[in-house]
Write a protein that binds this ligand. Structure first.
Ligand SMILES: Nc1ncnc2c1ncn2[C@@H]1O[C@H](COP(=O)(O)OP(=O)(O)OP(=O)(O)O)[C@@H](O)[C@H]1O
Ligand SMILES: [Mg+2]
Length: 311
């Protein structure tokens, strides 16, 4: 649905985008993650045909950004990171204005506007002035606006930025709803955890370069080679458990966690499944009280991949 090859944008001698190669299949929700200045907005502006690349290829639903801007705009909804709303306009008037721009006519126009308002849960603000909306509501209105012409592909530039925790959850649920409707979505954020559970793929971009392209689990593995498990046995069995684990070929190191009364076991390189730990301890007659894999902080994964370099 979206494909780019060696997409490059230069401003003077700065590479805002450096040979970006991306592919989104139908129904993909692709999290485009990177720090400020990474090139996220640049990519979206190019894909929405608002900005010309310096070189490289990009297409949406098979249409080239160079030759088929009109078709692309019809198929795509682009929600920029900042968009203006007009003073003295009611929510419904604002939507009708854009619906008219999309040439949605007659009773269909009103019906469509009400439909997208319901979808983003703003039906009750139908007659409020757009300037009276909160930031979260304005973002939802912006999303409603890009849904009017029923685009198959959505580009959403930091839809959750500036929202409070509650509004972020609302936005996330809304994205899930759009995903369930079968839309193909490219959504950006500068934080990974925010997108991790709604995206089936992520790309981590920095200084115009795609540092990672794949699923979240693979990103985690890339940053941390060794899986870590926490193991708790009967208090008096700690020493025995430790000896058994240390002697096992799939274990790299074992350290005691006095405070939690458990052992932290790092598996050998390349070993991901720690279920052998349970077998080992139980076969040796120990009482296994807890065995769980250490949760990985997605923020660490992001920092590990980007190393904090920005333009
Ligand atoms: N019109 C412009 N002229 C010069 N440089 C620009 C222009 N637009 C963007 N840039 C530069 O291109 C780089 C990428 O910018 P871009 O807006 O794509 O980043 P971003 O990932 O969207 O960042 P943010 O998270 O801050 O929104 C930055 O270094 C930026 O300064
Ligand atoms: Mg941006």
């Amino acid at each position: 649905m979206i494909e780019t090859r060696d997409l490059t944008k230069m401003y003077g001698d700065l590479y805002a985008l450096n040979r970006l190669t991306l592919k989104l299949e139908r129904g993909d929700v692709y999290g485009f993650i990177g720090p400020n200045g990474a090139g996220k907005t640049t990519t979206m502006r190019i894909l929405s045909t608002l900005l010309n690349p310096t070189w490289g290829e990009a297409s949406v639903c098979g249409y080239s950004i160079y030759n088929n801007a009109k078709e692309i705009r019809r198929l795509m909804g682009y929600m920029p990171d900042f968009f203006g709303v007009y003073d003295d306009m009611k929510v419904i008037e604002y939507l009708e204005f854009f619906a008219a721009a999309y040439r949605i006519k007659g009773p269909e126009r009103r019906r469509k506007c009400d439909q997208v308002l319901e979808l983003v849960d703003l039906g009750y603000k139908r007659d409020a002035l757009v300037t009276s909306l909160s930031r979260g509501m304005t973002q939802r209105l912006g999303l409603a606006r890009v849904l009017l012409h029923e685009p198959q592909v959505l580009l959403l530039d930091e839809p959750a930025s500036g929202l409070d925790p509650r509004a972020r959850i609302d936005m996330r649920n809304l994205l899930k709803e759009l995903r369930n409707m079968g839309k193909t979505i490219l959504v950006s954020s500068h934080i990974l955890p925010e997108l991790a559970d709604i995206c089936n793929k992520i790309g981590i971009i920095e200084r115009g370069q795609l540092l990672f392209d794949g699923d979240v689990q693979t990103a985690i593995k890339q940053v941390r080679q060794n899986a870590v498990y926490f193991v708790a046995v009967g208090h008096e069995q700690n020493a025995t458990a430790r000896e058994l684990l240390e002697a096992h070929i799939d274990v790299k190191t074992v350290e005691a966690r006095e405070a939690e009364d458990c052992l932290r076991v790092t598996l050998a390189d390349g070993v991901i499944d720690g279920s052998f730990i349970a077998d080992l301890l139980l076969q040796n007659g120990l009482r296994l009280k807890m065995l769980k894999e250490e949760e990985i902080d997605l923020e660490d994964v992001f920092m590990g991949i980007t190393k904090g370099i920005t333009n």
